[in-house]
Each structure stands twice: as C-alpha cells, then as structure tokens.
Design a protein around this ligand. Structure first.
Ligand SMILES: [Zn+2]
Ligand SMILES: [Zn+2]
Ligand SMILES: [Zn+2]
Length: 168
C-alpha cells in the first residue's frame, strides 16, 4: 500500500485504524467495505481458492485475514477465528431472528487449499449460522464464502433460538 497523497510506501497493520505517512504527514484511514473488511495490502502470496486471483491482505475488526476482491470470500487462520467471531458478535447491532437452513449444495463444491494445494475439508461450521465452510487442517486455514461470516455473526444465540421455538 502506498500513501494516496505522496505515493510513499505505507505499512498497514490490522490492529491500527489510521496510518500517518512519515513523508508527507497526511493520515491514511482505510475504509471498511460492505463486508466489514479493510484492505491493507493489494497483494498476498496466496491465490483465491475459488477464483485463483491473488488474495489481498486485509483486516476484519483488528485481525488480519486474506480477502478476495472478486468473490469477496475470506481466508481466516484457525488460530484467530474463534476470537474474531467473539469480537464481531460482541459488536453486532441486532441479530437474525430466523436461522437460514444449511445449503446442502455447498457440499458439492470442492476447493483446493491455496497454500498446500491439497483438497480442503468441506464441512458444516460447528457453531451458529448453519454455514458450510472449507478448512485445511494442515495449514490452519478456514475459507468463508461471501456472506458466511456475517451469517455466523448475526445468527441467533442459543438463548434466542429457544425463545423463537417456544414463542412469546
Ligand atoms: Zn505521504
Ligand atoms: Zn475469489
Ligand atoms: Zn493447506
């Protein structure tokens, strides 16, 4: 990423929201897109497992992830995934009242891990949201297609799910 004002290189990190340029002293603030993603760096060494274009380095909340600008999927390290979800669920405004059913067609697609090039494991995410995710346990990557992260984040808590079942 370069300074939009003077073109000097900027080093963007996930845990910081604004970046002063040490050359021209202007401050660059990357904006969140509609997926809640801030792009930090226009390239990364790994390709998108779906579209094969290079993933970009990005931040969700203050965690570093890889993002595909084309299909808007996210490649998230398994190590940060639970903490990232907790953080996003803590900041969400409102939650879905209705659980979206599991999309069985998602099991028909098979992706190769962008890092080790072996088949990823396509499985239902073991948490709220009824989403099917793809994981590589060798490289500790989870792949989330566009919208899957927000489905997990906005899914009803167990508490609300029960209220819905029994009515109010
Ligand atoms: Zn500058
Ligand atoms: Zn893609
Ligand atoms: Zn892998």
């Amino acid at each position: 990423m370069n300074c939009p004002n003077c073109g000097a290189p900027l080093h963007l990190t996930a845990d910081q929201e604004s970046f002063p340029c040490e050359y021209c002293r202007s401050v660059y603030v990357p904006e969140e897109n509609e997926d809640g993603v801030r792009v930090l760096e226009d390239r990364s060494p790994l390709p998108c497992p779906v579209c094969a274009v290079p993933l970009v380095k990005a931040a969700v909340a203050d965690q570093e992830v890889l993002y595909c600008k084309q299909c808007r999927g996210l490649l998230v390290s398994m190590h940060i995934f639970p903490g990232l979800l907790d953080e996003l669920r803590a900041r969400r405004d409102g939650h879905a009242r209705v659980q979206t059913p599991l999309d069985r067609k998602a099991f028909d697609r098979h992706l190769d891990c962008p890092q080790c090039h072996q088949g990823m494991d396509t499985h239902p995410y073991d948490g709220p949201g009824n989403v099917v995710i793809d994981s590589c346990s060798r490289c500790d990557w989870n792949w989330l297609d566009s919208g899957e992260m927000s489905r997990i984040v906005r899914a009803p808590d167990h508490h609300y799910a029960q209220e819905d079942t029994y009515g109010r």
